[in-house]
Design a protein around this ligand. Structure first.
Ligand SMILES: N[C@@H](CCC(=O)N[C@@H](CS)C(=O)NCC(=O)O)C(=O)O
Length: 216
């Protein structure tokens, strides 16, 4: 199975980590923003990453791809069958893909993507406003729900909720941002633990090495 996209995208990273946790081998073919690669464009009608090709079968959108992988490789289950646990898992994925992603993207786009990938200045006022006004209440929410010790967000095992919520924090970490140990200690410890898993750690190390090579 081919997964198109760069793991610097939280959506691509979420799918790669999800597949790794399931032991599914994905051939990650890197494509960039607005990439003209015809195979990628055929799998992603609107040019967004990630996109999947499984033989002749093509699919875009990280959540659609994740549900496809979960149905195709049910074990280990990362989307619980129990109605209450499943509902919460999907809530956390949605929270991560919309509220958390949108805030992180305003910072990451303007401080990293625009200047370093697109060769134009970002809007620091937008980034600063997101960091100052949007991020703290998101972290306050997570601090109220984050598990302590070795726990997980939903139930007593790793689920899609943990993978989805942790993923955008890697982008924040690339900018030296995230939960701090004074105000959000549970969130900080929890996110660090999830991102240190073998499903995430090599991706993030590769992204950091790639970012280091791109001049600021
Ligand atoms: N809902 C989609 C969002 C995908 C998305 O917006 N990806 C971004 C990268 S983080 C992208 O490809 N942007 C390029 C564009 O919008 O042209 C998903 O979950 O896959």
């Amino acid at each position: 199975m081919i997964l198109y996209g760069s793991s610097i995208s939280p959506f691509v990273r979420k799918v790669l980590a999800f597949a790794a946790e399931k032991g599914i081998a994905l051939d990650n073919q890197r494509v960039g923003i607005a990439d003209p690669n015809p195979d990628f464009r055929a799998a992603s009608p609107f040019g967004k990453m990630p996109a999947l090709a499984d033989g002749d079968y093509q699919l875009s959108d990280s959540s659609a791809i994740i549900h496809y992988l979960e149905a195709k490789h049910p074990a280990p289950a990362l989307i619980p069958a129990d109605p209450e646990l499943r509902g919460k898992t999907i809530w956390f994925e949605e929270f991560a893909d919309t509220i958390l992603f949108a805030c992180g993207a305003r910072i990451f786009f303007n401080r990293v993507v625009a200047p370093r990938f697109l060769g134009r200045p970002g809007d620091e006022a937008v980034a600063l406003a997101a960091e100052r006004d949007e991020l703290p209440p998101i972290l306050d929410y997570l601090e109220a729900v984050a598990p302590s010790g070795d726990g997980y967000l939903v139930g007593d095992a790793l689920t899609l909720a943990d993978i989805a919520v942790a993923s955008p924090f890697a982008n924040l970490a690339h900018m030296g941002l995230g939960a701090d140990s004074e105000r959000h200690p549970k969130t900080r410890a929890y996110v660090e633990r999830i991102l240190a898993r073998p499903s995430f750690a090599p991706l993030i190390a590769g992204e950091a090495a790639m970012l280091e090579k791109i001049p600021t």
